[in-house]
Design a protein around this ligand. Structure first.
Ligand code: GDP
Length: 329
């Protein structure tokens, strides 16, 4: 973001919004960079920006995709995304990547990934925001979703690696949650926890091709049986289990059919709107907590004060209650 942009926010913010609403990608990228920024003046501008572009984005679809590294997420998103753009959809691909802080890169940072989709005029791929906490990254991803929707993207795909906490975070920002699995790996080997399987709106067994077809079909039956034992979900939706080969591009259109069926189902029973409402309220409360925490830790000499009290508490010279009271007084 250039400095003139910061210096004369009013004029430029209006230009930014105009460009964004016209679907200009350059402006979209700049708007995302702005909401990801942690500078105080950028935060103020971001709040204004998001507030101005907030519209009824109920016509869009937000799809979360997870699965262990190597399961074929990017290959699938490439094939799925290309199929959607061929149907006339505008597709944005975002990611929530808890490892991006450690590795510096991001799961979408690798240029060889989604090569074709990245060249598609109707697709927009944005690497993960970096940040020291998942909550902050999640919050800017949510705002990025809103920006993409304002720019005219109607299907938003949010990818995450299946390693634990980030799935819950992504589940809370999407309408449909797709879990990619492999046949024959065994759930434990695949590192997928039961809780994550229960979050899924669709279990998709990838790499159902070549020598793997038989095993994939068996796995499909196993997962189908497992799904029946899960507690009923709030969408009143029977989770489909299907096969695909992202490489051979088979079973991809079936996924879209299921998503359309889900959309129809959840819109007609009211869950679609209810879920979005719950998600945004949960986000609101999470942000309140995060702001409170930030302002507490921003207090003068707070680290030293905590350290002092840790010692006093350990040697039983002060109670926890008293120590906390003192820190807040
Ligand atoms: P990600 O880490 O989950 O994003 O996985 P990738 O999309 O990078 O795929 C990991 C590897 O699996 C790559 O070598 C892909 O070519 C391969 N792969 C992905 N999908 C399929 C598939 O449907 N069939 C087969 N045989 N290989 C696949």
């Amino acid at each position: 973001m250039d400095s003139t942009f910061r210096r004369t926010p009013d004029i430029h913010l209006q230009d930014l919004i105009k460009g964004l609403l016209q679907g200009n990608r350059g402006f979209l990228s700049r708007a995302i960079t702005l909401v990801e920024s942690k500078r105080a003046d950028d935060r103020r501008l971001s709040a204004e920006l998001i507030d101005k572009i907030l519209t009824e984005s109920q016509k869009t679809l937000r799809i979360g995709i997870t699965g262990v590294p190597g399961v074929g997420k990017s290959t699938f998103i490439e094939a799925f995304g290309k199929m959607l753009t061929a149907l006339g959809k505008k597709v944005a691909v975002l990611s929530v990547d808890p490892s991006s802080n450690r590795t510096k890169g991001s799961i979408l940072g690798d240029k060889t990934r989604m090569d074709e989709l990245s060249k598609d005029a109707n697709a927009y791929i944005r690497p993960s925001a970096s940040g020291s906490n998942l909550g902050g990254v999640a919050s800017s991803t949510r705002e990025t979703i809103l920006l993409c929707e304002a720019a005219g993207f109607d299907v938003i795909i949010i990818e995450t690696v299946g390693v634990g906490q980030s799935e819950t975070v992504v589940k809370d920002m999407v309408d449909y949650f797709l879990l990619l699995m492999l046949a024959g790996g065994g759930d434990e080997l695949q590192g997928i926890k039961r809780g994550i399987m229960e979050m899924a709106d669709h279990i998709l067994i990838n790499k159902a091709d070549e020598d793997n077809v038989k095993a994939a079909r068996r796995a499909k039956e196993d997962y189908k049986n497992a799904v029946h034992l899960f507690p009923a979900n709030e969408a009143d939706w029977v989770v489909p289990v299907s096969l695909c080969s992202a490489l051979e591009k088979t079973g991809i259109d079936q996924v879209w059919k299921e998503i359309e069926r889900y959309e129809q189902h959840s819109r007609s029973n009211g869950w679609f709107i209810e879920n979005r409402k719950r998600q945004v309220l949960k986000w609101f409360h999470e942000r309140i907590h995060a702001r409170l925490e930030d302002s507490f830790y921003a207090k003068k000499d707070i680290k030293e004060k905590i350290k002092e009290r840790e010692e006093l508490i350990s040697s039983q010279k002060i109670s926890v209650r008293k120590a906390v009271e003192e820190l807040f007084s």
